[in-house]
Write a protein that binds this ligand. Sequence first.
Ligand SMILES: [Zn+2]
Length: 391
Amino acid sequence: MPVRRIRSRVSPRVRALQRKFTRIRNPDVAPLVRGVPKVPRRPAEQPRSLLEFQRAFSDEAACADYMERVRWPDGFACPHCGVVAEPYRFASRPAVLRCRTCQHDTSLTAGTIMHRSKQPLQVWFWAAYLVTTQTPGMSATQFQRQLGMSRYETAFQLLHKLRGGMVRPDKDRIGGEWTVEVDEAFVGGRTKGKGRGNTDAPLVIAAVEVRERIHPKSGRRNVYAGRLRLRHIVSRERAELEDFIKDSIEPGSDVRTDGWVGYDGIYRFRYRHDPMVLDGDHDKIEQHLPLIHIVFSNLKTWLRGTHHGVSAQHLQAYLNEYVFRFNRRFYPMTSFASVLGIGSVRVGPTYEGLYGGEYIHPNPERPRRLRVSKVSDATRRRMSLKARRDQ
Ligand SMILES: [Zn+2]
């Protein structure tokens, strides 16, 4: 009965229009218009070693061919007229396809993180490969040296564009059947002439799944980290913590935290909250939040070791990279393809946006500007006290 009423509101004319637009909808552009873009499937074959990679992507044409298969797995569809047909190709411009129906030229990199880049596709492919398959990732300086770039800024920008491709636009929430540990910590940043615990270091909140498996031989129960989420936050205020938890964790999940009051209200969002006052007690931490402290300590080591500390402005981009690699650490080779696949539906930062601070590094799920709120002295003292206990 209600179904019929809803149907009758749409006139046959409108329905015909809907059908028409659904049919000619361009698979490449439409997902962006309709909100959450779908990540394209990636071609099945993937290089498994440096030599294989070098052989597979030996020239621009090979890279262009791969890009094309990533973007149009079911054959090229003209973004201009929507016709699916074999396009014209040019040996001198492998990154351009011309529609045989409307003669419109389509760039393989248009609308991707590589948009309007002066760098050859091969440089992008190497960058994606090196960043995703090397366990510690890569700093802009190392990268500039290895690929023989003349300017540091070019390498820096290219890496940040790749990081833009490391956040799945359709990212789902973690938890569900797995318990999730949540905690915050100060990471990176340089403490200039300040006392211990009194820090300008940016604050990061993390959520990690606690997974279990039975070891096939010993039969022992083995706890390991599942998926991870990280976000740069401005303060330990309740609203920020709750926003992160709502964005990152499936309602109904078990959530373990320390005794910080900011977490007291999360039961309102249907989480089963398990807080414990830890007071810096190592045994209690070991028992209650064993994984998240390992995550933070590895994150800090990575930021210090590979990137020599990062500014708060770009911290989220590095967090995204860390999460990307962490969540794919058992499959390093597939992540190379993921970065290019995801990159094909996301536009990266421009040079001006990156340096002028206009570009917002995608933050899991809900991109937003960081609130510039002044933290009162009393709050800062409370936060530093907690930080000192956490160390
Ligand atoms: Zn066309």
